[in-house]
Design a binder for this molecule. Structure first.
Ligand SMILES: [Zn+2]
Ligand SMILES: [Zn+2]
Ligand SMILES: [Zn+2]
Ligand SMILES: [Zn+2]
Length: 222
């Protein structure tokens, strides 16, 4: 056999293995609630297999809106929008909330009230940029780093908690936001420096202005 033939056999083998893996995933996500999968996840050996397949399916499907459970898109009405309270929903759900309460959006999670326009509510809520990047790329959130300090975000370590500037929708880690505030005594986005709608606020406490980016924190699995 020549080197080329060996190479071709190798490629064919890799292709077959990948196809089997992909078919398993498709079958798994289709019959995720079947009696067989439920039986498998109750057995000692099947449990970790089912768990890991679930993780892969979840990762391939991408993040979803917590209200309508539809997958987020990177543009349009289905893009994720973050509110001042740090909670994220799809644009479509926010439009429905605004219409129901005449330009008032009450966060279904923490019940904080946000005021906007009934007909065009979306410009009042910034897109959650980090979540959009995660929707449209193959990078998992666990590998994503704070763009300022290059350290990974964490749901356990408070200083690495993802914080979102709700006026522009950019995310940085808690330690970076805090040290910038301590130096400058004002809140200004570390990514866009307030250029994309971020306002500079002089405040005693920066935390209410840069809430936790819950959608990102909840995606972190540690
Ligand atoms: Zn939604
Ligand atoms: Zn909220
Ligand atoms: Zn940082
Ligand atoms: Zn910004």
């Amino acid at each position: 056999m020549t080197t080329i033939q060996v190479g071709l056999y190798f490629l064919l083998g890799a292709y077959i293995l990948f196809s089997i893996f992909f078919c398993t995933l498709v079958l798994f996500s289709t019959f995720a609630d079947s009696v067989f999968i439920r039986y498998l996840s109750s057995t000692h050996l099947g449990k970790p297999v089912v768990y890991h397949l679930q993780q892969v399916v979840e990762w391939l499907e991408g993040p979803k809106c917590g209200i309508c459970l539809a997958q987020y898109w990177s543009t349009g009405d289905m893009a994720p929008r973050v509110m001042n309270c740090g909670h994220t929903y799809c644009g479509s759900c926010i439009e429905i909330f605004a219409e129901q309460k005449d330009g008032m959006v009450i966060c279904p999670f923490c019940t904080r009230t946000h005021f906007c326009n009934t007909i065009h509510p979306l410009p009042f809520f910034s897109e959650n940029h980090l979540l959009i990047i995660l929707c449209s790329s193959l990078i998992t959130v666990n590998l994503w780093k704070c763009q300022t300090c290059r350290k990974k975000y964490s749901s356990q370590d408070v200083s690495r908690t993802p914080r979102v500037y709700s006026t522009c929708g950019h995310t940085s880690c808690e330690a970076c936001v805090e040290s910038d505030f301590t130096q400058k005594k004002r809140v200004v986005c570390l990514t866009c420096e307030g250029r994309s709608g971020g306002i500079t606020v002089v405040a005693e406490n920066w935390k209410p202005h840069v809430p936790i980016n819950y959608a990102i924190r909840d995606l972190l699995k540690e």
